[in-house]
Each structure stands twice: as C-alpha cells, then as structure tokens.
Design a protein around this ligand. Structure first.
Ligand code: ZN
Length: 259
C-alpha cells in the first residue's frame, strides 16, 4: 500500500525572530512536528514554510499530498490567497487538513469554517489537562482518559466555530477555563481536525502523547477517494431515463454548468 504523503506547513517566523522560541525549537516547529509523525510510523513526511516559493505548496505538490498540517501565528495575512484557494480546493477533493493551535486564525481555517474562529486566551504557562471525550475515536487511540501538559497557553470558550461533527478532546486549564480543543469536520470530501495544544514557547510538540495524537489524526484524515466537483450538465436525452425537453430554456445541452 502506498504510504501516506504528509506535508507539515510551518510559518517559521517566531523560530527565527524570538530567542525564546528558537531555544525550544532550534530546527523550527515544523521539524519537531514532522519528527513526531515519523516517530509514530509515518514514513513519508516532508515540511514546507512561508518563505519558500509559493509557501512551499505549489500545485503539483498539493496534488500528491494526502494530509496537510498547518501551524501559523503572526503571519496569517502574508499567506497568498492563491495558495489558500488551492488548499481549499484540495480539501474539498479529499485531502486531509490538520490545523494546529494558533492556526485557528489562519485564512484557510476561517474560510473552511465560515466563522471568525475567535477564542479567549492567556499566556501564563499554566497546566492543561486534555480530556478524551470519545475513547472510540481513531484520533484518541492509545490515549488514556486524559493527559496533561505541564505548561500551556490557555485557549478558552467561546470558540467561534461551527458545531463540530465530532468532539474528540476537551481541555481544562489550571485557571479554570475549558475549551473544545480537539474537533472534527468534513468539508466536501475532505476531513479537517483542529487540535489546540501547540504554543511556541513550550515544548509541546516534543510531548509523546501529543505526537501520538497528531499521527492518529494524520491516519484518520487520509483521503477516501477523490471528488472533483465540476458541475456538469446532463442533457435530457442522456438522462438515466431519457426525457423530451419541454418548456422555455435558458441553457443549451452541454453548457458549462449552471452558475
Ligand atoms: Zn500560542
């Protein structure tokens, strides 16, 4: 069986500008995320960053990508709309998308959700307890009732997302807030998972359980078939039960779709 082709996209800005972030992720967050996926048995994992031509996501590369991870924070606005358009198109066709942490405010996530995706937050290095809501879900496979991150950024409700189709995790923070931190949706033929842990000043992507969750998510989001949405016209004489055209018409047989 062909191995899953995974691309980890990282903004890679804070890692270069901030001494604090560089000390936690000397090779970049995208590299740590990719290492965690390989550690969990995914063989074909590569990375892409904002600075690369077309942000490392040219059309041919996305064509062969099964699952795309997305971590961004301070440079969401610098992501070209043409790249957002093509990622959206691939998700609708069936590519999986895993959106991490501050990626909740990325152009691609907001577009796919259709809402503002705003939340409340606090950077106080507090403990986070991630509870498994659905132990039978493939993304929670191998995870106990909960796991803890000693230092995390608080992300709290209200989280302005459409109601998740599946709630895999919910987080509790030392300061008392709770957050829907592990949510699934489908858009077109593609699967989307949002996972909230991942603030850049803490070594969260080195955590064994977080790495397991991300690998589980990649496998869950693997494409099933491909749906190219081309909106074709089906003339009356080619219907499953051929019929005769009647009444006034605006379009000719074989028109390029009703738009
Ligand atoms: Zn953060």
């Amino acid at each position: 069986m062909k191995s899953l082709q995974v691309v980890v996209w990282g903004e890679n800005v804070h890692e270069r500008k901030s001494e604090v972030v560089r000390s936690v992720y000397p090779d970049g967050m995208h590299a740590a995320i990719a290492d965690g996926l390989r550690e969990n048995g995914l063989e074909d994992v590569t990375t892409a960053t904002l600075d690369e031509s077309e942000h490392g996501l040219p059309e041919e590369r996305l064509e062969s990508t099964d699952v795309l991870f997305w971590w961004g924070h301070c440079a969401h606005g610098e992501v070209a709309d043409a790249v957002v358009d093509r990622v959206q198109k691939r998700v609708l066709e069936g590519m999986g998308l895993i959106v991490l942490h501050s990626g909740h405010y990325s152009k691609i996530f907001k577009r796919l959700m259709g809402t503002t995706c705003s939340l409340t937050w606090r950077e106080a290095g507090e403990k986070e307890r991630v509870w498994v809501c659905n132990p039978g879900h493939p993304i929670a496979a191998g995870i106990d009732r909960y796991f803890e991150l000693e230092q995390s950024e608080m992300y709290g409700e209200p989280f302005a997302i459409p109601a998740p189709e599946e709630q895999v995790f919910v987080s509790w923070y030392q300061g008392g807030e709770v957050f829907r931190g592990g949510c699934c949706w489908h858009r077109g033929n593609g699967k989307i998972f949002y996972f909230s842990p991942g603030h850049e000043t803490y070594p969260i992507y080195f955590d064994k359980t977080v790495r397991r969750v991300l690998a589980n998510a990649a496998r869950w989001a693997a494409p099933r078939g491909r749906w190219v949405d081309s909106c074709p016209n089906v003339p009356a004489d080619q219907a499953a039960e051929p019929i005769i055209n009647r009444g006034p018409r605006l379009h000719q047989d074989g028109d390029e779709g009703y738009r």
